[in-house]
Design a protein around this ligand. Structure first.
Ligand code: ARG
Length: 463
């Protein structure tokens, strides 16, 4: 069934139908489409545009369609001839309830209808994604709480730099995903205005109550320009941008886990249940899930660039180009949801090899800065201290030992300023524990931050 056959004298070419149709993918939001129609019909009756009898028949019909679609009694097939989910629902409604079904679309266009459906759908998905990010944050916090004294090397240039703790490293990702969460909340707030009642582009002459439908559908109010309402896809661009950033964060984290999981590092071991094997090399246990999550960032970024490109040349108001918003947005949403769920599962089942991390921090001269700071505290200018410790490092490399293993004589041979207390000053514990400014890895500082994070999660609050 078509919604627009009247002024045509010929049938649509089959290839044109196939190219034009969106039912194959916009059926994804049949629930939102029906929900929007029910609100619309309630408002029409309240305004006296529709009789209460028609309203009740239509709502009953729509609810039966919803139920049958949910339980699979009614199947949306692509050869039904319907162009999109809007025609499908209206056509099926009229088949079921007769004449009254034809009154559903009074005072509405598919342009404001699709704008509404897409908003309702993405709003639901934003809530679902936010919940997944929150679960990941909870998992990260659990790892942090257990590891405020698990020493490991912190890196710059992928070279060991200074000692940190595992809690501190996880905390960096906590910050990233917290910002992601805050971005999702921002987008939700900004997009939460209802386009229904904007008509094709210029509103309608019926006395619609747009405040009422906005309220019924959980919006903060109606949108204020009917042309913008049917042509705005900014919220999708913002969402795809936020999803791209989440993907980028996941990808960075996966990259680290892949490195940490190698035989050379052995900082972590990905659980068997989250690894895969090789068809030829029996010894292999591969981090495929981490690699796939890293790889999928590409298609999410792709969706963002596609959407921006599709929108850039569209004159006001609605143009069919905008139908392209759906498949790529759906794909990006499904991809990121899958990645988040799998990533959280991988982290929660992964084991952290604390001894290996700590040994690695000890062997990499990560306490060299602290050795220089020791000299500074004894009055040596920092630039000289830097040079002295550089010489000590060279001597250690030649002997294959750590700074902690040099004898006091060896220290004194390079600078007489060194005393017995140097060992204490450059011990891993001191190096980390002395870093007590807020945001640093020292245990007391870290515990304060963990307390803040805990409260944020409890109160569902983000910065
Ligand atoms: N399938 C269309 C879309 O996704 C629905 C809106 C159709 N509107 C129109 N004027 N042809 O954009």
């Amino acid at each position: 069934m078509k919604l627009w056959g009247g002024r045509f004298t010929k049938e649509t070419n089959q290839l044109v139908h196939n190219f034009n149709e969106s039912l194959s993918f916009d059926q994804k939001f049949y629930r939102q489409d029906i929900r929007g129609s029910i609100a619309h019909v309630k408002m029409l009756a309240k305004q006296g545009i529709l009789t209460e009898q028609d309203r009740d028949d239509i709502i009953r019909g729509l609810e039966s369609i919803l139920e049958d679609l949910d339980n699979g009694k009614l199947v949306i097939s692509s050869d039904s001839g319907y162009e999109d989910i809007h025609s499908f629902v209206e056509g099926t409604l009229t088949e079921r309830i007769g004449e009254a079904g034809k009154r559903l679309h009074t005072g509405r266009s598919r342009n404001d209808q699709v704008a509404l459906d897409m908003k309702l759908y993405t709003r639901d998905e934003i809530d679902a994604i936010e919940a997944l990010v929150k679960e990941l944050l909870e998992e990260l916090l659990a790892v942090m709480e257990k590891n405020t004294d698990t020493f490991m090397p912190g890196f710059t240039h992928l070279q060991k730099a200074q000692p940190i703790t595992l809690a501190h490293h996880m905390g960096a990702y906590f910050e990233m995903f917290s910002r992601d969460r805050s971005r999702l909340k921002d987008i939700r707030r900004r997009m939460n205005y209802c386009p229904l009642g904007s008509g094709a582009l210029a509103g309608t002459t019926y006395p619609l109550d747009r405040e009422y439908t906005a309220e019924l559908l959980g919006f903060d109010g109606p949108t204020l320009n009917s042309m913008d309402s049917v042509a705005d896809r900014d919220y999708l661009i913002e969402l795809l941008s936020a999803l791209s950033t989440i993907s980028m964060h996941l990808s960075r984290f996966c990259e680290e886990i892949i490195i940490w999981n190698t035989n050379e590092y052995r900082f972590v071991e990905i659980d068997d249940s989250y690894s895969t094997g090789s068809s030829i090399m029996p010894q292999k246990k591969n981090p495929d899930i981490a690699e796939l999550i890293r790889g999928k960032s590409g298609r999410v970024y792709g969706a963002l660039v596609s959407m921006l490109t599709t929108m850039k040349g569209i004159p006001l108001a609605y143009n069919k180009d905008m139908q392209e918003d759906k498949e790529l947005t759906f794909d990006a949403i499904d991809t990121v949801k899958g990645c988040l769920a799998l990533f959280t599962g991988m982290i929660s089942s992964m084991s952290f090899r604390k001894e290996v991390m700590e040994a690695s921090a000890k062997n990499g001269f990560t306490n060299a800065t602290d050795a220089a700071d020791y000299l500074v505290n004894k009055g040596v200018p920092f630039r000289d201290a830097h040079g002295i410790v550089g010489q000590l490092v060279l001597a250690c490399i030649a002997k294959g030992i750590a700074l902690d293993d040099l004898s006091l004589e060896e220290y004194k041979a390079i600078s007489p300023v060194f005393e017995e207390d140097v060992y204490e000053a450059i011990s891993m514990k001191t190096c980390v524990e002395k870093r007590l400014t807020i945001g640093a890895p020292g245990q007391e500082a870290m515990k304060k931050v963990i307390g803040i994070y805990k409260k944020q999660l409890e109160m569902d609050d983000v910065r």
